[in-house]
Design a binder for this molecule. Sequence first.
Ligand code: FE2
Ligand code: FE2
Length: 223
Amino acid sequence: MPMSLDAVRARFEADNASLLPRVQAFLADILRTPASHARFMNELSLMEHMGSHKIMATQHGAGMDQPTLKHLAEEARHAFFFKRHAEGVARRPMDYVQADLLSPAAGRLYFQKLDIALEQALVGEPPRSKVLYLHMSLIIEFRAVWFYNHYDAALRQAGSKISLKSLLAEEQGHLADMADRLAALNAWDPDRLLAMCRTETDLFGTLLGRLERAIAPPAPLAA
Ligand SMILES: [Fe+2]
Ligand SMILES: [Fe+2]
């Protein structure tokens, strides 16, 4: 019997255990400084927006089905959710520009490199194919569910009124949905997925490093 979604998720958790203290420290830091927290949420908004834009750009056309439209609508709403909260915390409008973000280049690089890695792992799949879209989405949903769970816990701990509960429920729904749709296309391959998740975890580690540096206080000038 092939490995289930829960089993793949448990491996993902285990492979990410060493990153957890860094993520928790980063989240605690960011929540202490409203200006940084606003920029971070604006960056999450940008990443959700890039995700929804990618679905629109690759899946539009005759084969656009109901689950894909639902996914697109929900990712677009997540971009709105984070933009609204970012501007609420900053008390001003924020653009997707360097001054209003933490490290936009790092987020863009993360998506681009993941895209290339998955295209290479699924050699022969056309760039706009459903199988490629479902893999890319599934791998990102593992990260989204993992990260937003820890982010929500950090928000609770900081006494924030912002809750990720409904957003998390949607991301969890996407995770299960992508797995079902891959299975329906006979494309559920847990070993291949685990290898993709490990690539993603490396890329996330790099992204985290850039975000950590973006909020680090400037080094004191040498005397
Ligand atoms: Fe999302
Ligand atoms: Fe999602």
